[in-house]
Design a binder for this molecule. Structure first.
Ligand code: ATP
Ligand code: MG
Length: 416
C-alpha cells in the first residue's frame, strides 16, 4: 500500500468520494468563490517574491501578474484557458496520475504559444489547494523550481494562478515515477543497473540541493517524487514542502511535521527539527525500496514486516542475510558486491542518530563506485520480460489499475 503525504486535514469539496477526488473533465465542483479566492482577488500587490514569503500568510496575495514580474525569466505564466485547451479540458484520457494535492494531465504546447517556448509534451498539475497551506505549497514549488535548475531536478516550465485555481506546468517525464515502476503490478521489473542509475541520479539531485549557498531541505523524498526520463535519468519533483536550511550558527530549522509516513526521519517526526540529514534518512528508505522492491510502509504485510526500515535493518549487515530480502523480481540478476555495498550505505543513511548518516556527496560517490561491478549473482529464475514501451498517457486498463492503486493508499494526515 503506497504511503501518502501528511497534509492538513481540511473539509473536501462536494466532488469527493471517500476522500478521493472524482476524475473526469474539469468540471470539479468548487465552493462558489471561497473566502481564500476573494482575498487573492482583493489584495493584488506587487513586490519581489522570496523564500521568506513562504512563511507568511501574505503569500496568498499574489496573482499571475505579480509572479510573472517576480520570478522573471525562465517561467511562463499561462492562462487557465490555455491549459484547459492543451489538456483537452483536463480530460481523464490525458490523466498521468493523482497525488494528495490533485491530478496530473498530459498536454502539448506548441512553439506559437509563447516566444522562446519550444513545442513539447508537458505535464500539467492541477492543485486541489484548500486554503492557504495548499497555496503555500504551490508557491514554494514556483519559487524553488523557478530558481533552481539541475539535470536531476524536474524542469518547471510555467504556472497559472487565476482566482482560486493553482496549476503547475512541468516538462513531461516519459517514464513516470519510480513508484510506478517498482510497485505497480503491471510494470516490468527494473534491472539492477537501472536501479543503480536511478539511485545515483536522485542522490545527485539531493546533493545539489544540500550544496546550495543556503542549503535546501527537500523534505518529501520518496519514490513517487522521483520522475524518470526516457533513459531512466532520475529527476526530483514536488518542492511544495521544501525548506531553506539553517543559516549561521543554527543547526536545524523547526517546522510543523509534514512529509510522508515511512520516509520521514524519526527525530524530525519527534521534534520537528529539520536538517539535511532528514533527507538522507529518506534517501536510505528509497534505497531500501530499490533493493527489496517493498514499499516503505505496506499495511498488507504481517505486522512485523509492515515498516520496511524495521523489517530490513537486521538483514543489511551481510550478503548471506541480504539475499533473503533482495527484490525477487530481480531474479538473482544483481551484483552481489554492489548490493552489499548499497545495503551498507542504506543502513548508514537510516541511522537513528542524524550525525551518523553520511552527507549526500559521499552517498553519490559510494553509489557511483558500484556502477562497474559485474559480479552477478547466480540466476534463480527468469522474470518474464516484456518490451518496455515509451510511456504516454495511461491506457484505459492501466488507468483503472492506477486509480485502484491510488484508492488503496491510506488517507493523508499530518502530525504537528
Ligand atoms: N512531470 C511529469 N511527467 C510525467 N508524469 C508525471 C509528472 N509529474 C507527475 N507525474 C505523474 O503523476 C503522478 C502524481 O504526481 P503527484 O506529484 O501529484 O503525486 P504523488 O507524488 O504521487 O503524491 P504526493 O501528492 O504525495 O506527492 C506521479 O506519480 C507521476 O506518475
Ligand atoms: Mg509527487
Amino acid at each position: 500500500m503506497p504511503s501518502r503525504r501528511w497534509k492538513p486535514m481540511t473539509a473536501r469539496s462536494c466532488c469527493t468520494v471517500e476522500g478521493q477526488t472524482v476524475l473526469g473533465t474539469l468540471s470539479r465542483c468548487r465552493p462558489s468563490r471561497s473566502e481564500f479566492s476573494k482575498k487573492v482577488a482583493e489584495l493584488p500587490s506587487f513586490r519581489r517574491l522570496s523564500f521568506s514569503d513562504l512563511s507568511s500568510s501574505s503569500s496568498a496575495r499574489f496573482n499571475n501578474e505579480d509572479l510573472a514580474h517576480s520570478i522573471g525569466a525562465g517561467l511562463y505564466a499561462f492562462q487557465l484557458s490555455e491549459l484547459r485547451a492543451i489538456t483537452h479540458d483536463f480530460s481523464s484520457n490525458f490523466l498521468l496520475g493523482e497525488g494528495g494535492f490533485g491530478t496530473v494531465h498530459k498536454g502539448y504546447v506548441d512553439d506559437k504559444m509563447r516566444p522562446g517556448l519550444r513545442a513539447q509534451a508537458v505535464a500539467v498539475k492541477l492543485l486541489d489547494i484548500e486554503g492557504l497551506q495548499g497555496h503555500r505549497e504551490w508557491l514554494a514549488e514556483v519559487i524553488f523550481l523557478g530558481k533552481l535548475r539541475h539535470p536531476h531536478l524536474v524542469k518547471l516550465i510555467g504556472y497559472c494562478c487565476e482566482d482560486e485555481e493553482r496549476l503547475l506546468v512541468y516538462e513531461f517525464m516519459p517514464r513516470g515515477s519510480l513508484e510506478n515502476h517498482l510497485f505497480r503490478r503491471m510494470s516490468v521489473a527494473l534491472p539492477w543497473n537501472t536501479r543503480l542509475k536511478i539511485a545515483i541520479g536522485a542522490a545527485r539531485g539531493l546533493a545539489f540541493l544540500h550544496g546550495a549557498e543556503t542549503p535546501v531541505i527537500y523534505r518529501d523524498f520518496k519514490a513517487s517524487n522521483i520522475l524518470l526520463d526516457s533513459d531512466f535519468t532520475a529527476k526530483l519533483s514536488d518542492f511544495g514542502l521544501a525548506k531553506m536550511g539553517p543559516e549561521g550558527e543554527d543547526t536545524h530549522v523547526t517546522t510543523r511535521v509534514m512529509g510522508t509516513q515511512g520516509y520521514a526521519a524519526p527525530e524530525y517526526v519527534m521534534t520537528g527539527h529539520l536538517t539535511t540529514r532528514s533527507d538522507v534518512y529518506s534517501f536510505g528508505v528509497v534505497l531500501l525500496e530499490l533493493l527489496t522492491g517493498r514499499r516503505s510502509v505496506d499495511k498488507n504485510k504481517p505486522k512485523s514486516e509492515e515498516k520496511l526500515v524495521d523489517w530490513a535493518r537486521p538483514y543489511l549487515t551481510s550478503s548471506r542475510k541480504l539475499r533473503f530480502i533482495m527484490d525477487p523480481r530481480l531474479a538473482g540478476q544483481y551484483s552481489v558486491k554492489g548490493a552489499r555495498e548499497a545495503a551498507s550505505l542504506a543502513l548508514q543513511c537510516i541511522s537513528p542518530m542524524p550525525k551518523d548518516r553520511p552527507r549526500m556527496p559521499a552517498v553519490v560517490e559510494a553509489l557511483e563506485s558500484l556502477q562497474h561491478l559485474k559480479d552477478m549473482a547466480v540466476s534463480c529464475g527468469a522474470w518474464p520480460a516484456t518490451p518496455i514501451s515509451g510511456r504516454t498517457a495511461l491506457s484505459a486498463k492501466n488507468k483503472l489499475e492506477a486509480m485502484a492503486d491510488t484508492r488503496r493508499r491510506p488517507m493523508p494526515f499530518r502530525l504537528s
